[in-house]
Design a protein around this ligand. Structure first.
Ligand code: IPE
Ligand code: IPE
Ligand code: MG
Length: 238
């Protein structure tokens, strides 16, 4: 039997359910987003302790710009405070910080904060924490195609490796386990290239409640999966 390694090298999480978490308590949605942000660093530490090397978190999709302006502004403000906090705590905890997604629609001040936080933590050697902000796979693939076209790449040089090298996630391994919390069973434009052979795990737990127990439940499920990557089980008959 083909057995998965016990722990995924790359875990990706769709951090969904902040709004419902707040609604359930009669609180404004933004309180749920704040609580969700507070979950990020403890979860990154828990992942590092369990031997996970890459954690990619979906924080804001290319489609999330269509939310009411007040909510988008609140999310951008939260990114600003969160990135300052993460810059310090990642340095303390040896976590390498990356951003996957476009920074072009962020204000110059926010762009500077993000670049400074990433630069400060780029040499850390522990877990790589990738924050997916203004991220969507379709936009990412269009961007990669444009980069390849602008480099006047010959058609036969457009390989899977060449595309992967031009994605925001270049240099990160493929996703092994993709978790979506909040009860929906869809990918919402998240890492659809990188998760081509990821194990999928859906849970009703809302992101602000997603702690070590929920993480361990996902990891137990992962460890029981039989990954074949299109091949046959080891020992399977031809
Ligand atoms: C996820 O929580 C965070 C973002 C998409 C920014 P939601 O805001 O989608 O929360 P629900 O799904 O409405 O509960
Ligand atoms: C996915 O959640 C995006 C993030 C968690 C950042 P959404 O709440 O935006 O997804 P849909 O709209 O339910 O598909
Ligand atoms: Mg949602």
């Amino acid at each position: 039997m083909t057995v998965s390694p016990a722990v995924p090298q790359h875990l990706a999480i769709i951090m969904d359910g902040n709004g419902r978490w707040a609604n359930n308590r009669g609180l404004p949605r933004v309180v749920g987003h704040r609580r969700g942000v507070d979950r990020i660093h403890p979860l990154a530490l828990a992942c590092a302790c369990r031997g996970i090397r890459y954690l990619t978190l979906y924080a804001f999709s290319t489609e999330n710009w269509s939310r009411p302006r007040a909510e988008v502004s609140a999310l951008l403000r939260l990114l600003g405070t969160m990135i300052d906090e993460e810059a310090r705590t990642c340095l303390r905890d040896n976590i390498r910080l990356r951003l996957v997604g476009s920074v072009e629609r962020l204000s110059p001040t926010l762009q500077e904060k993000v670049s400074a936080a990433i630069a400060l933590n780029s040499e850390n050697t522990g877990l790589t924490l990738c924050l997916a902000f203004d991220y969507g796979t379709r936009a990412e693939i269009v961007r990669a195609a444009r980069l390849l076209a602008a480099a006047e790449t010959r058609p036969d040089a457009v390989t899977e490796d060449a595309v992967a090298r031009n994605l925001f996630t270049a240099g990160s391994p493929d996703v092994d386990l993709l978790v979506r919390c909040g009860g929906e069973m869809r990918l919402s434009n998240f890492l659809m290239w990188q998760a081509a052979y990821a194990e999928l795990y859906f849970t009703d737990v809302l992101w602000p409640d997603f702690g070590e127990d929920a993480l361990d439940a996902a990891l137990v499920a992962f460890a029981s999966r039989n990954r074949r990557f299109g091949g046959l089980e080891q020992g399977g008959r031809a």
